[in-house]
Design a protein around this ligand. Structure first.
Ligand SMILES: [Fe+2]
Length: 275
């Protein structure tokens, strides 16, 4: 993955920034064991650019197979800082995702605009923390979908995690939402994967597979265990009637205006240009 990202314009210096960027996370609107920030980007296939869009609240509902205490609640996350939003490795991950997903047809979701060539990508930087008081759950909601077309997850690092922490299980869509990973039907279990090394990345077709994860557990219970991730949710823009429609602006961010070229063809080496 590092080689791919370097070929897409990432710099080694920005890999170093990425490894440490989760130290800048402070809080989460609804989960006590998590620290988070998010930012929105438009993958603009028509104009071959990735640009940052204005900050918006975020919402996921049970209609999108996300069943949790904060389903359908409007959540406002701290914004990504420029050290991540303008990081060449982050931009290369966005370009990589675009190259994989664009022009691939998948099971459509209701009330998304599949005639639009643009993709809305919400990027989350998340730190899940387990300590003596709390167990960090990368997916407290159990079996779920993310309400998008494609979910991509990239591992940045972890400390003090046991070997069975944060294993991702992939389920058939017939699996029941909100079941804990250990309560699921083995007949519907399609795969299990684990991010272990820096930049390990998993890409799911979110409306064709459900997923769940094991919690983060500490090797040394006297010390906190942490798991740092980037999550890339990508979907077509929401139509009127979709719960995210009021928060789906494609207007450029007012102050963070750097954009990145999208390659026309997968064979064309792109340059990640910030500015
Ligand atoms: Fe998820």
């Amino acid at each position: 993955m590092a080689q791919i990202l370097l070929s897409l314009g990432a710099s080694e210096e920005d890999f170093t920034v990425l490894r440490k960027v989760s130290e800048n996370l402070e809080s989460d609107p609804t989960l006590p064991f998590r620290k988070s920030r998010n930012g929105r980007f438009c993958l603009d296939a028509e104009n071959h650019r990735v640009y940052r869009t204005e900050h918006q609240p975020f919402v996921l509902s049970s209609d999108e197979d996300f069943v949790r205490h904060d389903s359908a609640q409007r959540r406002t996350f701290d914004e990504l800082g420029e050290e991540l939003a303008d990081n060449t490795a982050l931009r290369a991950l966005l370009v990589f995702k675009y190259l994989v997903i664009n022009d691939v047809s998948t099971a459509p979701r209701p009330d998304l605009d599949y005639d639009c060539s643009r993709w809305v990508c919400t990027v989350f930087n998340l730190r899940t923390v387990t300590n003596s008081e709390l167990i960090g759950e990368p997916a407290l909601e159990g079996v779920h979908c993310d309400g998008v077309d494609h979910t991509m997850t990239t591992f940045l690092g972890g400390e003090n995690m046991t070997a069975d922490s944060a294993i991702t299980f992939i389920h058939d869509m017939r699996e029941t939402n909100a079941r804990r990973w250990h309560e699921t039907d083995p007949g519907y279990l399609l795969d299990r994967r684990q991010h272990r090394d820096f930049l390990d990345t998993l890409l799911l077709v979110d409306h064709e597979r459900k997923h769940s994860l094991t919690p983060v557990r500490a090797v040394n219970p006297a010390e906190p265990a942490t798991r740092d991730m980037l999550i890339f949710f990508t979907r077509k823009p929401a139509l009127d009637g979709h719960i995210s429609h009021p928060y789906d602006s494609l207007a450029a961010h007012r102050t963070q205006t750097a954009s990145t070229a999208l390659p026309l063809e997968i064979t064309e080496p792109p340059r990640v240009v910030v500015g």
